[in-house]
Design a protein around this ligand. Structure first.
Ligand code: FES
Ligand SMILES: [Fe+2]
Length: 371
């Protein structure tokens, strides 16, 4: 699988677009029926046939930095629990006690074992059932048959993937160099957004809206409708250059470094984004919580190439700025779309040549649903 462009090639193509007043364009205009955003049947098929069937990023390795680290959250509506064991191996389980189903962990933290809050059945990091209070009440209980139920998972290049149905393999080809095992986690945040997960996603992967939606937040640093849009397999990357990238015109092409001069937004099909900004990287999971609601699970990390606590402060400041300014503007737009969806004004939404990554997403989604 051919990968994304190298940084010097990205820089060259952006400088060409700046001088030519052009942008990357797709070949087709796509009409996506609005029914596909409101149909409960379609929503259920997206959960069962896509989000639970494919390998999907669950969290970055940085969220599980040491033995005992765990992250519990729902993925496609199913409560899961990822934990790193004493040997450093990450496992993912269905977060459901084998006694009567209570979730055995919440949120994120570090623990030697998982003690169910209901009657205190206790599980090791490996998922094995290690303790049952007053066990004589369960004659003949085979503990080895009552460990937490494991879900297929794999940790690769700084990301923990899960595959709930394990019907697909984990071949992602060469993952781009966006997340690595050595990055430090700065924060995990959750934000509910009153919009369908696809509407929420679409807000991240085109730059046609930057000038109109973000006149005072992002646009002063960026361009009007100037982006690179690449696709690799089912995935895509949209590049948002800052105006300061023009300084690279005076740098030899092979020596051009782009970090800090642009934002990369990777869309990892179907519902995960990795945004690489000047001082921090976010892995954002768009978790559907209903047909018209989504929770953003945001894992904020240092950048791959950053080191030292100075960078942490800059990263936190930047993350706050992006979230409170442009991020809030984006969330307001997608919630506005969601409110209007039931008006019946649109039978379809139209995605044009500049919205190529969204066209790619819908093309892929349709293909996976048809498999
Ligand atoms: S439900 Fe977990 S110990 Fe009873
Ligand atoms: Fe935006």
């Amino acid at each position: 699988m051919q990968g994304f462009l190298s940084d010097p090639d990205v820089a060259a193509r952006i400088l060409d677009h700046i001088s030519g007043e052009s942008t990357d364009e797709g070949d087709v205009v796509w009409r996506e029926p609005v029914a596909n955003y409101v149909s409960p049947e379609r929503y259920q098929r997206e959960l069962d046939g896509v989000l639970r069937r494919l390998p999907v990023p669950f969290c970055p390795s940085a969220a599980l930095p040491e033995p005992g680290s765990y992250v519990a959250r729902s993925a496609a509506g199913v409560p899961l629990l990822a934990a790193r064991d004493e040997e450093g191996v990450v496992r993912v389980f269905r977060n459901s006690c084998r006694h009567r189903g209570t979730e055995v962990a919440q949120g994120a933290g570090c623990s030697k074992s998982f003690v169910c809050p209901y009657h205190a059945w206790t599980y090791r990091l490996s998922g094995a059932l290690s303790h049952v209070p007053h066990e004589r009440g369960f004659p003949n209980l085979d503990r080895s048959e009552h460990g937490l139920v494991e879900v297929a998972s794999r940790e690769e290049q700084g990301i923990v993937f899960v595959n709930q149905h394990a019907t697909d393999d984990f071949d992602w080809g060469q993952l781009p160099d966006m997340v690595g095992g050595g990055q430090r986690l700065l924060a995990i945040t959750e934000a509910p957004v009153a919009a369908n997960w696809k509407v929420a996603l679409e807000g991240f992967i085109e730059g046609y809206h930057i000038r109109a939606t973000h006149p005072e937040s992002f646009y002063p640093y960026g361009y009007d409708n100037l982006n690179l849009v690449e696709t690799v397999g089912r995935h895509s990357r949209v590049t948002y250059p800052f105006r300061r990238i023009e300084s690279l015109a005076d740098v030899a092409p092979e020596r051009r470094k782009v970090l800090g001069l642009l934002t990369y937004v990777y869309h990892l099909f179907p519902n995960v984004l990795v945004t690489v900004l000047s001082h921090h990287t976010n892995l954002v999971v768009l978790e559907p919580t209903g047909i018209a609601s989504t929770t953003f699970h945001v894992y904020t990390m240092t950048n791959r190439t950053d080191a030292g606590s100075d960078e942490d402060a800059k990263a936190r400041r930047d993350a706050e700025f992006v979230n409170d300014s442009g991020g809030a503007e984006d969330r307001a737009i997608v919630e506005s779309i969601q409110r209007s969806i039931s008006t019946g004004a649109n039978e379809a939404f139209t995605f044009g040549r500049f919205e190529k990554a969204i066209v790619h997403f819908h093309t892929q989604l349709r293909a996976v649903l048809a498999e």
